[in-house]
Ligand binder design. Structure first.
Ligand code: AMP
Ligand code: ZN
Length: 467
């Protein structure tokens, strides 16, 4: 039984989807005015972990991640570069998709762009105007928070103290009825992109974008909404207000937020200049899957302080895991005895249960991984003594493959190479150690003829089938 920590209730709650067997998720996606930093990717990798674990448990997942391609930051960026907004954002949208692929983040079902959903936003604002939850001041439109008595329930922020927290996006030169009211529609301004619509000429506020796109693809009520902890207020608070006032229904059942990625114990943020993009780290030669592994391996509700040292350790751990995958393949190919030890099959079953129990406890990945590592250590010892049989090893391997559907960091192709080729790879490694590079190169050529490409990477020697 899966339990998730719901920010709304500040409690772990048993997860029950609205529709049996199916889960609908909305994840606040990138604002495309620059390359995403790895703090942003922590939020997306957390959403990926959630998605993959739900799938592992047999749920059908339908997930939406928006792309904010119009807001103050994107407009400012395009103006500074003197290019059209669309041209400006396209570059970062493309970079974002390249980066998620590099980090092996599964693609979600829909990536709606704000600029392609102006019609839906206008419709939503019209409903809010009709129902008296929104009002016009100048040519802008605001949400009247005093009309929604549940305002502040998610963030538990008393309305009177919220003013300091109001972000730039929500400040406006036109006087609002209440300083805490937030903008739904911004009047057209000189040199800014705008849309001609029934509610006037202008552009949407940031918060309405997510409400409109979430409800278009997921319906008026859906299961899970995720984001980073900075989204709780005001963004998600405002999403609730806009959506629930328009529909009269509960918008989201489970609100999940991941804690920040820190650098020197400060939030990693573009405005602070203390950030690393994925590209920065790749240029330094780090393995992208180790970056994924590091961001994923700390429970999402704990802050994670990023250091290159921690990244190097993640590389080491990942190398050991991949070596283990290889060793299993090697053991099976060479010396695997055929006896069967039921007690060890039981032991594997227990490790699986421990892993799943930890994940069921609000995705407690650190504890789940520790169950996995303990089993791996035991299997390694048994393999080194030839004391584990084929059936058991295959069971471990099968489970690791399944776990990797969640982790997405292991490379099994290492294990799928024939006995002779394995021997050649070993010989090459030994030749390299002896600094006999002539022989090492000759063996590399021989392997190439057999369709195997050997690479010397930071993770050590790796090879892949040249398919
Ligand atoms: P933005 O592009 O600024 O709208 O942020 C996109 C996503 O990244 C949001 O869900 C943020 O909450 C999240 N985010 C931003 N900075 C961090 C950080 N340092 N650690 C974790 N998540 C972050
Ligand atoms: Zn959002």
């Amino acid at each position: 039984m899966l339990y998730l920590y719901n920010t709304f209730s500040r409690q772990k709650e048993r997860f029950v989807p609205l529709k049996q067997g199916e889960v609908r998720i909305y994840t606040c996606g990138p604002t495309v005015y620059d390359y995403a930093h790895i703090g942003n990717f922590r939020a997306y990798i957390f959403a990926d972990l959630l998605r993959r674990y739900l799938k592992y448990k047999g749920y059908k997942v339908f997930q939406v991640m928006n792309i904010t391609d119009v807001d103050d930051k994107t407009i400012k960026g395009a103006r500074e570069k003197k290019v059209d907004l669309k041209v400006f954002t396209q570059r970062y949208i493309q970079a974002f998709f390249e980066d998620i692929k590099t980090l092996n983040i599964e693609k979600v079902e829909v990536y709606p762009r704000a600029t392609e959903h102006i019609k839906e936003m206008v419709e939503l604002i019209k409903v809010l105007l009709e129902k008296g939850f929104a009002y016009k001041k100048g040519d802008s439109i605001y949400f009247r928070i005093c009309k929604f008595n549940r305002y502040g329930k998610l963030s538990r922020m008393p309305i009177t103290t919220t003013r300091r927290e109001i972000r730039e996006e929500d400040r406006d030169e036109y006087a609002k009825e209440n300083p805490c009211d937030f903008v739904l529609w911004k009047a057209k301004k000189e040199a800014e992109p705008f849309w001609k619509t029934e509610i006037g000429e202008g552009r949407p506020g940031w918060h309405i974008e997510c409400s409109a796109m979430a409800m278009k693809y997921l319906g008026e009520s859906f299961d899970i909404h995720t984001g980073g902890e900075d989204n709780i207020f005001p963004h998600h608070e405002n999403e609730i207000a806009q959506s629930e006032c328009a529909t009269g229904k509960r918008f989201v059942r489970y609100w999940l937020h991941c804690k920040f990625l820190l650098v020197n114990n400060e939030k990693m943020a573009k405005s602070k200049g203390n950030f690393y993009t994925l590209r920065d780290l790749l240029n330094k030669g780090y393995n992208p899957l180790a970056i994924r592994f590091l961001l994923l391996s700390v429970h999402y509700r704990h802050t994670l302080n990023f250091t290159e040292n921690a990244l190097r350790q993640a590389e080491e751990t990942l190398k050991r895991l991949n070596d283990f995958c290889f060793n299993i393949g090697d053991y099976k190919a060479r010396l695997c005895p055929s006896f069967r030890k039921d007690s060890f099959l039981q032991r594997i079953k227990r490790a699986k249960e421990e892993f799943e129990q930890a994940m069921d406890d609000d995705l407690n990945i650190s504890s789940a991984l520790s169950a996995l590592f303990t089993l791996i250590r035991e299997v390694n010892t048994l393999m080194s003594k030839g004391e584990i049989g084929r059936e058991e090893v295959e069971e471990v391997e099968g489970w690791l493959r399944k776990v990797n559907q969640i982790l997405g960091v292991l490379r099994f192709e290492q294990a799928e190479i024939g006995k002779e080729e394995r021997e050649l790879i070993k010989q090459r490694e030994e030749a390299r150690k002896r600094r006999d590079f002539v022989l090492a190169d000759r063996i590399r050529e021989e392997l190439k003829k057999r369709g195997i490409i050997v690479e010397d990477t930071r993770e050590g020697e790796r090879w892949k089938k040249n398919s």
